[in-house]
Design a protein around this ligand. Structure first.
Ligand SMILES: [Zn+2]
Length: 261
């Protein structure tokens, strides 16, 4: 058996053999193409779950499908909004339809264990909707045994790690867009893609507790990030990444019974 975990690197015959012989879980990172401040690349939300998933797959004998490169729209209070150059987003209905199609195709291959590993906060409910609609449609076609996990990897952050990284207290994941966590994790997995000299200096963004449409772009910091990423390090990134990989692997084994290796 090959040790390759990236589905896109396998031939169709090798993939088919893996699916038939091992009944592996298939992890699908769901990212975005979205501004992440002047210091991180636009594909940050796809690169992080892809890197985590590859390591999880090695530990759980799973496979990783190519990441979904585009996500739902960037919202002003979590991703900075849609007005930034480079941010390239899908309508909710498009994302749902894309994910539904993908679930149907994996079902056709014989895969019955899928895990969407979400890397972009705004994708969450569209992934949920796609899972619901896809399972409903599969049942109509006689497939009753497909199971899908939906994972927002940052939810695996333990209070202990959060305390270590944010001794002054943690704000919120929305305000963490391109902040300490994402920057540190990128420094761990892809240091060549991070430019720490470009981390902006402005104070944390303060938003209203409601949304106005159309939103006022002047209320969004010019840099596109809400909280400082100063203090991000590869060491902190490893702390986060180790925890995500360990706990996600445990969750995969618990839900899908895949032997850990
Ligand atoms: Zn992000």
């Amino acid at each position: 058996m090959t040790n390759e975990v990236l589905m896109g690197h396998l031939s169709w015959t090798a993939y088919d053999r893996r699916v038939k012989e091992d009944n592996p879980a298939v992890l699908i990172p769901v990212g975005s193409l979205e501004q992440h401040g002047p210091h991180l690349p636009l594909s940050t939300d796809a690169l992080i779950p892809a890197a985590i998933s590859a390591e999880v797959a090695r530990r759980t004998r799973s496979l990783v499908a190519p990441a979904i490169a585009y996500g739902y729209k960037s919202l002003p209070r979590s991703g900075g909004g849609q007005h930034f150059p480079g941010t390239t987003s899908l309508d909710g209905a498009t994302l749902i339809a894309e994910l539904e199609d993908i679930v149907r195709e994996f079902a056709r291959h014989g895969v019955r264990k899928l895990a969407f590993v979400v890397g972009h906060l705004e994708n969450q409910y569209f992934v949920t909707e796609a899972c619901d609609l896809a399972l409903r449609a599969l049942k109509g076609h006689g497939v009753h045994d497909m199971r899908i996990m939906q994972i927002e990897y940052w939810n695996f952050t333990s209070p202990e790690v959060a305390k270590q990284v944010w001794p002054g207290g943690f704000d919120s994941w929305a305000l963490e867009h391109a902040g300490i966590m994402e920057t540190s994790v990128m420094l761990h997995f892809h240091p060549e893609l991070v430019d720490m000299t470009q981390v902006p200096e402005h104070p944390p963004a303060r938003f209203a507790t409601y949304e106005m449409w159309p939103y006022d772009t002047n209320r969004v910091p010019w840099s596109g990030i809400h909280n400082t990423a100063k203090g991000a390090t590869a060491e902190k990134g490893r702390l986060f990444a180790d925890e995500y990989i360990e706990k996600l692997s445990e969750a995969i084994v618990e839900e899908f019974g895949t032997p850990k290796c």
